[in-house]
Design a protein around this ligand. Structure first.
Ligand code: ADP
Ligand code: UDP
Length: 238
């Protein structure tokens, strides 16, 4: 356990709180049980979600570090808190898709569950006010959010994360349908930031296609807490 001191709240988001610490370059990321969907229009609580998302994110960040993916993760400091590197977050949500679901189905009229012949990588501008509009790399350059070299690094890391996690989940009889990543900068380095959890991924059982992610909350499917706990166990008991 680290002797790190928690200082003032830097930012409170929809699913997490970020605290300063006594170390200038480190933050505490605290996961909440609060859940939102449809741009914050739907609000609720998923009991134990904070602990589960902290455990899953910590496990997956550590796993990815073994494959030389640079992440902001430093250590787990309590059930629902992790110590992370303080970064300048690039306000772009990078979405990777292996199987059609969610907004892709609506936008392109594709049936949920259709397997993509090649993974899709999309950028969305991180803006609650604008409802996260889809953008491309040129918007990111033009708006000053990332340089061509930085998007090249981001795309390479995102594709590598997809390949690593796809086979990780496959070995646990799970399908990695899609997920969202965020990246941050520290000097010239790019790190994977935020979280990787059932709040930010779609994950299905390979055989039954049972959903083990936030879609259960989004669409009032029931068994949300049980699904999150099942996913944590299937990821971490390996
Ligand atoms: P939102 O802002 O969308 O409501 P969260 O509740 O998840 O999201 O809040 C966490 C915030 O912390 C996000 O805005 C995220 O970009 C930011 N963040 C994640 N990792 C880091 C980091 N390493 N350094 C600084 N900020 C971070
Ligand atoms: N996602 C996310 N945060 C967002 C939007 C999407 O974590 O603000 C994740 C979502 O959980 C899914 C993937 O990104 O795993 C693709 O989401 P999609 O574009 O289908 O949007 P949604 O259906 O969530 O509106």
């Amino acid at each position: 356990m680290s002797k790190i001191q928690k200082k003032e709240l830097l930012y409170e988001g929809k699913a997490k709180r970020i605290f300063l610490t006594d170390m200038e370059d480190k933050l505490i990321q605290e996961f909440k049980d609060d859940a939102t969907a449809f741009d914050g229009a739907k609000k609720g609580v998923i009991v134990k979600k904070g602990e589960i998302n902290n455990a899953i994110s910590a496990f997956l960040f550590e796993y990815l570090e073994n494959y030389h993916i640079p992440t902001h993760f430093l250590e787990e400091i309590s059930a629902n808190q992790m110590l992370v590197r303080k970064l300048n977050i690039i306000p772009v949500e990078v979405v990777l898709r292996n199987v059609a679901a969610g907004s892709l189905c609506a936008r392109y009229k594709i049936q949920e569950g259709t397997v993509m012949e090649y993974p899709i990588l999309e950028y969305y501008l991180k803006s609650d006010e604008l409802h996260d509009p889809m953008i491309n790399e040129y918007h990111a350059y033009a708006f000053g959010h990332a340089t061509p070299d930085e998007t090249k690094a981001i795309n390479r890391i995102a594709s590598k994360v997809n390949a690593i996690l796809k086979s990780f989940f496959d070995r646990r009889n799970l399908v990695l349908v899609d997920f969202k990543l965020e990246f941050g900068k520290k000097g010239t380095e790019i790190y994977l930031a935020d979280e990787i959890s059932p709040d930010t991924c779609r994950i299905w059982d390979k055989k039954t296609h049972k959903k083990l992610d936030k879609d259960r909350f989004r669409h009032d499917m029931g068994g949300v807490e049980k699904a999150y706990a099942e996913l944590r166990d299937r990821i971490t008991n390996s």
